[in-house]
Design a protein around this ligand. Structure first.
Ligand code: NDP
Length: 262
């Protein structure tokens, strides 16, 4: 069945969107072994040889902005805005990306730091793919739901995991940002889940998209979850090793990402 959303020049059937999402998901799985061997060249792993650079804060803003714009466009053109599950998913997406696009870049203390334009461009592509697939599904393909959907287990569990993950992510990002208060270099972070893992902010972000996937229960949201894990598992392992190399007194019992496990 083909849907014909207003203002959209190209229309996609549900089958086509599912095939694209599946291919996108498969790419994350194929790339994962390579990503495990690579360090994303930004922040502490920045390599000055990585070509053209842009101001770090501006880079974060430009990289994440497409995720807001594309979802806003789909929300404004959606045929599904009486569907409570859809509106909740749009709202959770905006909650995450308003923080990441507008608030996070204003808070980080990375004055005079740079980000490779290649990282910015790959982030833009990541956001356009995930925003495009998830936005299209929410706006035009989501099945009808009764108003009672907000009392269903997958709605309650999905939203609860997303909100918990969001607070874990923002809280631990804040601890890290606070370590730069005196404008010096890197320090060992303490507090909250840092007692157990080196990357609780990444753990929180993975939880957010796990909750989103449970809520939406579709291939675009699953692909976003798998891509987030494929990015953040290697990054948390790299950061964990980096902490051990940099600080002799780094807590030995701390894991990289999942308390007591990884
Ligand atoms: P980091 O934890 O590396 O850094 C967060 C901020 O804190 C940076 O400004 C960093 O400075 C600073 N910082 C980190 N550790 C220390 C320390 N020990 N001492 C002092 N300052 C420190 O996170 P990322 O930059 O990798 O990611 C930021 C956010 O973006 C996270 O919430 C993450 O979940 C999300 N993200 C999501 C991805 C996805 O695929 N969905 C991919 C990547 C990130 P500096 O930049 O100078 O290192």
């Amino acid at each position: 069945m083909t849907y014909t959303p207003q203002l959209l020049i190209i229309t996609f059937s549900e089958t086509t969107i599912n095939y694209i999402a599946l291919a996108w998901l498969a790419l994350a799985v194929i790339m994962f072994p390579k990503l495990l061997k690579t360090k994303s060249p930004y922040g502490r792993h920045l390599e000055p040889s990585k070509g053209l650079m842009i101001d770090n804060k501006l880079g974060w803003f430009l990289m994440e902005l497409p995720a807001i714009l594309i979802m806003l466009w789909f929300y404004l053109n959606s045929t599904n805005n009486d569907n409570k599950l859809v509106v909740t998913a749009f709202a959770l997406w905006m909650l995450h990306y308003v923080n990441r696009t507008f608030i996070f870049p204003l808070r980080i203390r990375t004055k005079s730091k740079k980000m490779p334009v290649s990282v910015l461009l790959s982030g833009v592509f990541f956001n356009l793919m995930n925003g495009g697939l998830n936005g299209y599904w929410l706006a035009y393909l989501a099945p009808e739901q009764s108003p009672d959907v907000i009392r269903s287990p997958h709605f309650i569990i999905g939203v609860a995991i997303f909100i918990t993950g969001f607070f874990i992510n923002v809280y631990h990002d804040s601890i890290l940002i606070g370590l730069r208060r005196d404008n010096t270099g890197y320090k060992i972070p303490y507090g909250g889940l840092f007692k157990y893992v080196s990357g609780p902010n990444y753990l929180g972000e993975i939880m957010e998209w796990l909750g989103f996937a449970i809520l939406c229960w579709n291939l675009p949201a699953l692909a976003l979850l798998i891509w987030t894990a494929a990015n953040l598992i290697p990054r948390s392992l790299n950061n964990h090793d980096w902490y051990h190399e940099k600080f002799e007194d780094y807590p030995k019992e701390r894991k990289a990402l999942i308390p007591f496990v990884l």
